[in-house]
Design a protein around this ligand. Structure first.
Ligand code: ZN
Length: 512
């Protein structure tokens, strides 16, 4: 039996009455000599929760009542790519023939195409596992079930549904009440930590690997779940999460769950949060040029800029200093000093000196050729993605608006790669912090009472250029070395010495 699925489209230009759609569908069913069943969703909303007939259709497909599906045009089915993929994988699984207006659709090609789009969007390869996950997540969300770990304050019951965890719910209420009383998110986190309140992660075993998104190198960091403390960010996410007023948003669709605070109270606390922030009096007066480039060599966290009334105390400091229990004790470093060192590094083309002198370490010519080839391959890949995307727009698989965002990201990536190639080819280009320095590591060595400041260049992340300064930022020595196992303490590095005149005769390296 063929299902005639009719729906009013949100798009005004595409509005065709249900009657007209039904009529066309019946004509088509008759023309191919099949019995039909009509499914009509009159809601304007594209969410599946508001489309009982679509859900019924899926059920009928599962019970094998339906072998074919007819729709007036692609937009009748679904706009969200994820849900569309969900529907097509279902069609594929049950061997459903999909007819659009007068043509039979190739479900395999469609599914493949949607997966390609998803892989562009997610930047990851979409395989069958993904198919299964999309499937499971969607079904779970529709039934108000929990996928993976439930948010703090909730448990899964035997049916995998959300259930309030009374103990954690008290903490949630306390967080809301503290915030309303004017406490900042960091202070709330500290209060909970000091009292020994367990985080959601503390109750689990194993480790958690995250990306350091604030750092240009995007390094991975692995931590033991038992050691994860309350942070201001976690508290902020809790306050902003609508789940605590009983609304779980999944793929843009709202699902009801038991509430921990009332919707009015939730709103009050959230409005107050914005007020708190506006009254915090913090004004950014310094443009931290090296933000995102600095890594603590002791604990791997980011360094961030901190300004004081007395400008001499302006410093980049390890973000571990924000929390007493995390403090790695690495020293802060004077901002004017570090920034002028960086300027010098770039303006005087110190990096070129590094590359030239480190050639035996990095075999630069081979690497350049290899890198350019890899980059060119990436360009071809992007071009393919773009032409696929254009096909999808033409076929109506993806809306112009959705495609626009993806095209923009493709264009951005392409620009980035082009500029990298340009750089390698030594063409005329402006030297910026970003394309010269990919990371700076800072360490204060207590044994020798010296600062070691190392630059990793974006030419080759295996080359490290290290400057050693005394406590007054007076220049001592510099080294070029391979970016592995550098023992600053034993200043016995297997490295090439950079003649000091490159550095010494510069006022930047002396601080009165
Ligand atoms: Zn640190």
């Amino acid at each position: 039996m063929i299902a005639i699925y009719c729906r009013i489209s949100k798009d005004r230009k595409k509005q065709i009455s249900i009657d007209a759609q039904t009529k066309k569908g019946i004509e088509y069913a008759n023309s191919i000599g099949k019995e039909y069943k009509i499914y009509t969703d009159k809601g304007f909303s594209g969410t599946t929760s508001n489309r009982p007939s679509l859900i019924q259709l899926l059920k009928d497909i599962e019970s094998k009542i339906i072998t074919d599906v007819w729709i007036y045009d692609q937009s009748r089915l679904e706009r969200s790519i994820e849900v569309k993929l969900f529907l097509f994988t279902k069609f594929k699984k049950f061997n459903i023939s999909v007819h659009i207006f007068n043509t039979l659709l190739d479900v395999d090609v469609q599914t493949e195409g949607l997966m390609n789009i998803l892989s562009i969007v997610n930047g990851m390869f979409v395989d069958l596992t993904k198919e299964k996950i999309v499937n499971a997540i969607q079904i779970n969300a529709e039934n108000g079930k929990v996928h993976a770990l439930p948010p703090y304050g909730y448990n899964k019951d035997v049916n995998n549904k959300f259930q309030i965890n009374t103990e954690e719910a008290e903490i949630i209420k306390e967080i809301f009440s503290l915030s309303l009383s004017g406490k900042g998110t960091n202070s709330i986190a500290e209060i909970l930590t000091n009292r020994g309140v367990l985080t959601a992660y503390n109750k689990l075993n194993g480790t958690l690997t995250t990306t350091n998104r604030n750092n240009v190198l995007k390094q991975l960091k692995t931590i033991n779940k038992k050691e994860i403390r309350w942070s201001g960010t976690t508290v902020l996410h809790i306050i902003k999460n609508p789940i605590y007023k009983g609304i779980r948003v999944f793929q843009g669709i709202d699902y009801k769950v038991p509430e921990i605070v009332s919707a009015d109270y939730w709103q009050l606390v959230n409005d107050n949060l914005v007020r708190n922030r506006n009254n915090s009096g913090k004004k950014v007066t310094h443009n931290y040029k090296l933000k995102g480039f600095l890594t603590c060599s002791k604990c791997g966290r980011n360094y961030y800029g901190r300004t004081r009334v007395n400008k001499r105390d302006n410093a980049y400091i390890c973000s571990s200093k924000r929390y007493k229990h995390l403090n790695c004790n690495n020293r802060g470093i004077n901002i004017p000093f570090l920034e002028s060192l960086t300027d010098y590094f770039i303006n005087e083309k110190q990096y070129q000196y590094i590359i030239d002198n480190a050639s035996y370490l990095i075999k630069e010519t081979d690497n350049d050729v290899l890198e350019i080839n890899t980059l060119k391959d990436k360009l071809i890949e992007l071009e393919n993605k773009r032409s696929n995307l254009l096909d999808f727009i033409a076929d109506g698989i993806i809306s112009k608006n959705d495609a626009k965002i993806k095209l923009q990201s493709i264009n951005l990536l392409e620009e980035e790669i082009q500029s990298k190639i340009k750089f390698i080819l030594n063409s005329e280009n402006k030297t910026t912090y970003k394309n010269i320095i990919s990371n700076i590591r800072i360490e204060f060595n207590y044994t020798y009472n010296v600062y070691c400041i190392s630059y990793i260049t974006s030419f080759n992340d295996k080359v490290l250029f290290t400057y050693v300064f005394d406590k007054m930022y007076k220049f001592i020595e510099s080294y070029v070395s391979n970016n592995e196992l550098i023992e600053y303490g034993s200043v016995n590095l297997n490295i090439i010495d950079v003649p000091n005149e490159y550095l010494i005769n510069n006022r930047y390296f002396y601080k009165k």
